[in-house]
Design a binder for this molecule. Sequence first.
Ligand SMILES: Nc1ncnc2c1ncn2[C@@H]1O[C@H](COP(=O)(O)OP(=O)(O)OP(=O)(O)O)[C@@H](O)[C@H]1O
Ligand SMILES: [Mg+2]
Length: 138
Amino acid sequence: MKKILAAHDGSKASDKAVKSALELATQFKAALTVISVIPELYLTELVEMDRVRILDAMTADTKKTLARIRAKAEGVSPLKTIIKYGRPAEEILAEAVRMKADIIVAGSHGRHGAGKFFMGSVSSKLVDHAQCSVLVVK
Ligand SMILES: Nc1ncnc2c1ncn2[C@@H]1O[C@H](COP(=O)(O)OP(=O)(O)OP(=O)(O)O)[C@@H](O)[C@H]1O
Ligand SMILES: [Mg+2]
């Protein structure tokens, strides 16, 4: 196992997933990339200015979170972080193919987690469609 892709959405569950991914990366001396996807805003009533403002705020927030993750990982494992925009599962899957990831690590639930289902819709799509293995962290 050489390349690990961990998905982070700002939730506690994804913190746990990144922690497990870091442990795996250390054990296997693998390269770890953490991806965070900022979802597209489909709200049609938003005027363009609001849309840009909200996306800017979300980007700033995500950058801070990823910087915090990099700081925590310092000295443990070399870690790359990336931000993408669009549909979370699709972007994560595309990145896994692009970087030829051996495994995707995600939380069982995320920010919206009602906990009603066994898994959230993003982790479920990753398990269904990934070409590589997927570790769903509980
Ligand atoms: N926008 C995102 N960017 C990166 N990873 C994400 C993103 N959304 C979800 N994930 C990954 O998928 C895991 C599961 O989240 P998911 O979104 O499937 O569950 P949820 O938020 O509880 O439910 P919902 O299906 O309502 O979104 C997260 O812990 C995280 O690892
Ligand atoms: Mg979600």
